[in-house]
Design a binder for this molecule. Structure first.
Ligand code: GLA
Length: 390
């Protein structure tokens, strides 16, 4: 649905009014490298996508807010004094979580509002449709109610909305990429300090292809939280002998090798090793991207996936099959899972002329091995969340 159609849909749902309709867009994200490091104070390197969430919003003089989306039927109108209650597992918990966080910062909605969302991010693909809804709501309400929060504050409150209101214990990567992304740039972010740098993504005659396993991700949240706990336990063991590592992310690998025996459980040791080696790979990959060395970048993507498969154990048959089939093809420089894992998508760096062969060959072989039909997106890197004209 384009923005003119959306505007028509908005007035069809909510009717005409003297109040102005404002429009916003927040993208989804793909992470190029640096997986499961963001809750360990490590580095990440995501980019914002051209897929994302539109939000049309208008103030109204009633004491309620109305939430509608072009994607789901559930469209409640909620009195302002009840907007801080959770609605089961419904999509509205994302915008409501944002309103709740604004309230905690003393930024209260002064009037009611009417909202229409419309998303283009494939659901359950791990391309951050939730961070996209959160950030588009945060940027929009901050603008129309003149709350005056900075973009970094909006990013942080969006993460808290997901942690506290929705109940998913995510790190800050997704909201940061969705907020700070820039066209044709990746965001090199230190998740400990929130220092970041925009890194030009010059792919020359290559493309990034996102491949969706289309596997239903059922256990993602519980497995994700389990990995977080394992990292906390590994850090506790490392700090047993009076050492005070702040987080796993910033431990040097050589230092880790000297102290890893303090972690008695080999599984916890592997989890820590992934985080620590992945962090080094993000730094090396960022340097490779800066110097236009795509071969090295691709190799690091492969190493990242292998570490997520063997040490962190968050891949599974579908992601591994997609990656294995991709790597068999001429013209594929690197391929890895992206996002939380257990399903969702891979990202591959592919010579432009091999794109068609990639889609047909990988598609055919993956389907033959898993019985699932994959989907492919040749994505563009776009700007982060912003106000748009309609
Ligand atoms: C999910 C989370 C992120 C991050 C990734 C793994 O996308 O939302 O915060 O932890 O998984 O890198």
């Amino acid at each position: 649905m384009d923005t003119t159609e959306l505007k028509n849909k908005f007035t069809e749902i909510y009717g005409e009014s003297k109040e102005q309709i404002h429009a916003f867009f927040a993208p989804g994200r793909v992470n190029l490298i640096g997986e499961h490091t963001d809750y360990n104070g490590g580095y990440v390197l995501p980019c914002a996508l051209d897929y994302g969430t539109y939000l049309l919003v208008r103030k109204c003089d009633k004491k309620h807010i109305s939430l509608t989306t072009t994607e789901f039927e559930y469209a409640p109108t909620i009195p302002l004094d009840l907007i801080h209650e959770k609605h089961g597992q419904e999509w509205v918990n994302y915008p409501l979580g944002i309103i709740d966080q604004f309230r905690k910062l003393n930024s209260q909605l002064q009037t009611g509002a009417e909202l229409l969302f419309s998303g283009t991010i494939p659901h359950g693909a791990g391309l951050s449709s939730s961070a996209s809804i959160e950030m588009v709501t945060a940027v929009a309400l901050n603008d129309i109610f003149s709350f005056g929060h900075s973009l970094v504050e909006l990013i942080q409150l969006s993460q808290r909305a997901e942690n506290d209101f929705v109940g998913m214990n995510c790190g800050i990567m997704d909201q940061f990429a969705v907020g700070m992304g820039r066209e044709n740039h990746a965001v090199f972010l230190d998740t400990d300090t929130l220092d970041y740098e925009l890194v030009p993504v010059k792919l020359k005659d290559h493309k990034l292809i996102i491949s969706n396993t289309n596997k239903q991700r059922k256990l993602t949240d519980s497995k994700y939280n389990e990995r977080r706990t394992e990292c906390e336990q590994a850090l506790e063991h490392l700090n047993k002998e009076g050492q005070a590592f702040k987080n796993l992310g910033k431990i040097e690998y050589t230092q880790f090798q000297k102290v890893q025996e303090r972690i008695p459980d080999p599984v916890l040791q592997k989890r820590a090793r992934h985080v620590i080696t992945e962090d080094k790979r993000v730094i090396a990959a960022t340097q490779a991207l800066n110097s236009g060395d795509l071969e090295t970048f691709g190799r690091l993507m492969n190493e990242s996936h292998d570490s997520l498969r063997d040490d962190y154990e968050v891949t599974g048959k579908e992601l591994d099959t997609l990656v294995d089939e991709a790597r068999k093809l001429e013209g594929v420089l690197g391929s890895r899972m992206t996002g939380a894992g257990f399903g969702g998508c891979t990202v591959s760096l592919v010579r432009a002329e091999a794109t068609e062969a990639f889609i047909s060959q990988v598609g055919k072989n993956y389907e033959a091995k898993t019985g699932l039909k994959p989907e492919f997106y040749t994505t563009l890197i776009r700007d982060g969340a912003k106000k748009i004209n309609i």
